[in-house]
Design a protein around this ligand. Structure first.
Ligand code: UT7
Length: 329
């Protein structure tokens, strides 16, 4: 068994900013309502000529450079996304070509907002067994393309962005070493699928037929809020139990960036001080598979997260899916 460590990280958000003041012009809402109920002040939106692979490309390029590697060193590429450029090919194939990687395995993984954690969990297996050495994992979403900008209960939340890791095999670390990926667990319960989904655009309703079958996100906000808090809290407790770690040993918690009130509620349930919770939701909103690597990279650039720190990554999303990863950076 080999240890998988994070060798490089990158992220990217488009330049265009959608502010709460902009949304006030589009739907019946107010900056005061959005800030008090979600903590979000602005979000980034991709211009019409940019798609998910474009966002992912810039994040991936930065992660490879940050790892001190070249695209030729990458042995596998996994992209977590719910908003691929096309039904097929996978975004990962577009990135393989554009980055100039060898003809490595490259595929997409669809697990909504926990997609990046699922990709980490998957990639870790290939490294643990010794089969591969460097795996590029990208979380990228262009949620603006599936957001209904006439629905004030959803359009205030969603955004576009990307984040990426290079996960590498550390041949010098023992399997027990307190470094790299230390715990992963992901879960799914499909009974909750109607609470957060996109009715059309897939094989059931390929073309939107009427208002009920739009290719846009529909959501039972209050229900998802409750499920988010309980699932992430439970995932964190299970992780602490399984790793026999205490919260004192966790330097930072990086939750999925959906709503500041969800982040605060998880912190309260776990009794984690607010200073340990990484939050970028005010500036970037919810860009699904990108939120966790984007929040982590932002905190690294701000000098908050440092090499050697131990992090707990927590996520939930439409499915319902939820999960936790503990790692030492
Ligand atoms: O990756 C996962 C993605 N999804 C989530 O994480 C969503 C989780 N849920 C949430 O973040 C929150 O439930 C929302 C932000 C969606 C809504 O906040 P809330 O505090 O749960 O509000 P609510 O749904 O209970 O609605 C309260 C009131 C309602 O009016 P009435 O029925 O009390 O008259 C809504 O119609 O607020 C109204 N409302 C708004 N008012 C102004 C809903 N959206 C807006 C809005 N501006 N944008």
């Amino acid at each position: 068994m080999f240890k998988a460590v994070i060798r490089g990280i990158g992220s990217y958000v488009p330049d265009q900013v959608l502010t709460n003041a902009d949304l006030e012009q589009m739907v019946d809402t107010s900056d005061e309502w959005i800030v008090s109920r979600t903590g979000i002040r602005e979000r980034r939106i991709a211009p019409p000529d940019m798609a998910t692979s474009d966002l992912g490309y810039f994040a991936a390029k930065e992660a490879i450079a940050n790892a001190g590697l070249t695209p030729a060193d990458i042995d596998m590429l996994i992209v977590a996304t719910s908003t691929p450029d096309h039904q097929f090919p996978p975004v990962a194939c577009l990135l393989q070509e554009r980055l100039g990687c060898r003809t490595i395995p490259a595929y997409d993984l669809s697990a909504t907002c926990i997609g990046f954690l699922s990709a980490l969990e998957t990639a870790e297996q290939f490294i643990q067994t010794g089969k591969l050495q460097h795996i590029l994992i990208v979380g990228a979403d262009t949620l603006s393309r599936i957001t209904d900008y006439t629905d004030r209960t959803t359009c205030i939340l969603f955004s576009d962005g990307a984040g990426a890791f290079v996960l590498s095999r550390d041949d010098s670390a023992t399997p027990q070493a307190e470094t790299g990926i230390r715990y992963t667990a992901t879960h799914a319960d499909g009974t909750y699928f109607p609470s957060l989904y996109v009715p059309a655009g897939g094989s059931r309703h390929p073309q939107p037929n009427d208002q009920a079958e739009k290719a846009k996100i529909v959501m039972e906000g209050r229900k998802i809020f409750r499920l988010a808090v309980t699932s992430m809290t439970e995932a964190a407790k299970q992780a602490l139990h399984a790793t026999r770690m205490s919260l004192d040993e966790i330097d930072w918690v990086i939750p999925h960036q959906a709503n500041q009130r969800i982040i605060d509620a998880v912190a309260e349930h776990l009794e984690v001080p607010a200073e340990k919770m990484i939050s970028t939701v005010a500036d970037f909103g919810n860009n699904s598979a990108a939120t966790i690597p984007l929040a982590m990279h932002t905190a690294i650039k701000e000098g908050r997260i440092k090499r050697g720190d131990t992090l707990m990554l927590l996520a939930f999303g439409g499915g319902l899916v939820w999960g936790c990863v503990v790692l030492t950076y």
